[in-house]
Structure formats: structure tokens, C-alpha cells
Design a protein around this ligand. Sequence first.
Ligand code: CMC
Length: 395
Amino acid sequence: LGLSVYDNGYLNTAVCRSSISYIDGDKGILRYRGYNIEDLAMHSSFLEVSYLLIFGDLPTADQLNMWTTRIMRHTFIHENMIDYLRSFRYDAHPMGMVTSALAAMSTFHPEANTALQGEHIYQNENMVNKQIFRCLGKVPTLAACAYRHRIGRAYNSPSNEFGYTENFLYMLDRLSENNYVPNPRLSRALDIIFILHADHELNCSTAAMRQMTSTGVDPFICLTGAASALYGPSHGGANEAALKMLEEIGSVDHIPAFIEEVKAKKRRLMGFGHRVYKSYDPRAKILKQIADEVFEIMGRNNLIDVAIELERIALSDEYFIKRNLYPNVDFYSGIIYKAMGFPTDFFPVLFCIARTAGWLAHWHEQLQNPIPIFRPKQAYEGEEPRNYVPIDERV
Ligand code: CMC
């Protein structure tokens, strides 16, 4: 490796300078652009937080108004995109549909495609902003189409009478004839969940976003790479895996046997542990409170009892204490999504809608402070040079 350092999985390598989010993993602190996540969750909205992440400051009332209008104008998707989504198998995983649709978006917007137009188009601020409006506007619509596909119902068009998250719920639930209005308390709860998931510094999918950005490819393809990384069960797929685990445990009596399996390393306690947080994930604390609000509206399910008891037992067990394993954002989000009526395989899609804001913030930051194309070193451990053996002489 010469002068290079071997760093398996980039555990100790900083690859960019960023001013977007700050984490203190030991103290359980998360801030976006200097604002504590608790304050943003209590007082802000997902779209306002998206503006903050991307442009660095909270918007004025006029800026927020303009920002919201621009994004909501981009919620519609092309009819051919709808045909494309309809062509998926009836039981296609919605995350597969959304990642494919993100890649397809690159073909729908050739004027934004750097392969055709050249990277210089992103020196133009209007061009950059337009892609941000497009991506934030269209991702919930793609997600809603994937959901409707999964349940075998016609797709709904967006309605710009509603706010961002409300419109998303409207597209999911509206039945053909009635004047459906999503429950405002549920919309607010989901909006807060989106705020909590919007950014988390250089997690695996954001690193993928930055890596793709370094190639100069367009933002839709960058988002495809980021969303694909998010899909993995150790990352954004963990909320789905955590809920399946809670369902499998089924009741509090089965927890001790399950914990023994975890300690014997036969399996992992999904929704627990974090690369950065070595104390309680601040997002999980807020989610625990949102769970109560959602249960009040939708009714309580027994999985929350399993989760609370599982957390209690794990946090008092030497195995978890020694390794600093605490609940992460995915431990409670799955239970809330389930109570809201989302199918389990839709959970990573919800994460993807929210994280699109963070991915775009990193894309925007990297356009201003370009990074040379990512090309990490490897430590070669393979064969020494050897001679080619013809197939009839191989044993
Ligand atoms: N259950 C049981 N043991 C665990 C767990 C877990 N969830 N997480 C880590 N450990 C153990 C691990 O076996 C190891 O033990 P030992 O020192 O005896 O070998 C020790 O703790 C350190 O584990 P690690 O794998 O080196 O830790 P990491 O920082 O590389 O992994 C993680 C972080 C999130 C991949 C891991 O904790 C994990 O797999 N958790 C479950 C999946 C999950 O909830 N992921 C969501 C992460 S938060 C949202 C997101 O980023 O998308």
C-alpha cells in the first residue's frame, strides 16, 4: 500500500468537508446546520428543514413560500413514467420500483443529463435548483405510485391544495370518488419522522451519493445509487428488518430466548447499535414519543409492548452495555409505520423520501466544493503471477 493506510470500510477516513449535519455519537447529539434535531422536530416542517439542509439557513416566510410552491409544482410525473411503473410485477418490492424510477428520471430530463450536456450545466444555479425542485417534488409521487401498485389500486395524481407530507398521504389513500383529506395529526407525525430521517452526515447512502457525484453523473443517477445503498438491511432496510424481528418474537415471553440467540451471535438485534452513536440515538427518543401520538389515533398494537420490554432487557444486559448498543432510529420507526397502516416493505421507501433532502444537500455542497473522483486504494491479497492453463489441461 506504500504510504496509504488500510481502513476497512472507511471507519476512520474523512473524505469530505461538510457543514450540513453534526453528530456527537457519545453524547447522542444530532444537529442540522447547528440546530438541534429536537428543536427542529418540535417547531419546523420537513420542507423548511430541507431548505435549511440544502441552503444552510432557515428560510424567511417569502423564501419558504417560494420554495414550497416550486417543489409542489414538480410533484407531477410524466405519463410514460406511470406506464413504466405499471409494467412492474404486481408484487414488486416498492423500493425496487422507486430506485428504478429514479434511474429512469435521468432519461426523462435530458437537459439535466451531464452525459449529454456536459458537467458545466451545473455551474448554473438555476439548473441546480431546478433539479432539486424536481427530485424533492417527484420522489413522494413515485413512492405513492409504488404503494398503489403494491395494493393493486389506480395511481392518484398529486393535489397541490395540500402540504408536502399531507399530499403524500393523500396520494396513498384517496379513493376514487370522495373528498379524502388525510388526518392532520398523522400528517404532522409523518412530517416529523421525515425531519428526523432527512440527513445523518456521511452514512453509507450519502457516501454513495457523494461517490456518484464525484463522477459528474446527473443527480437522478446519483440518487439511484444512494437509494440502492439505503435499501440494504444494515442501513435503511433495518426498519423493515426490525419490525419483522418484533413480529417474529411476537410476545414478551419470547424475548429472553431471543436475547440469548443474539448474545450467541446467531443473529443481530435489528434496530439496535450504530456506527456513530455509542449512546441513545436522539431520533429514537423523539420517535418513542411520536409512537404514543400515533397509537392514540390508530389504536395500540402489541408490538410496542414487545419493543419496550426488549429495549428494557437489552439495556440492562452486560452484552449490550459492554458494546454500547442502544436503540437506533429504526427500532421505533417500523412500529409507527405499521400502526399507520404501511406495509412492511414500504418502510425503506419512507426513509428514502426523507433522506432525498439530505442527499441533495450533499450533492449541492459537493458541486460548490468538488471532490476528485473517488478512487480508494485496495490491499491486494490475491495470487502471484501464474501462467494461463488451457481448459483440457486443468485438473
Ligand atoms: N445486535 C447484536 N450485536 C450487535 C449489534 C446488534 N444489533 N450491533 C453490533 N453488535 C455487536 C457486534 O456483534 C460486535 O460484537 P463483538 O465486539 O463481540 O464482535 C460489536 O457489537 C460491534 O459491532 P460492529 O458490527 O463492529 O459495529 P458497527 O459499528 O460496525 O455496526 C451496525 C453498526 C448498525 C451495522 C450494527 O450495529 C448493526 O448491524 N445493527 C443492526 C442493524 C441496524 O439496526 N441498522 C440500522 C442502523 S441506523 C440507521 C441507518 O444508518 O440506516
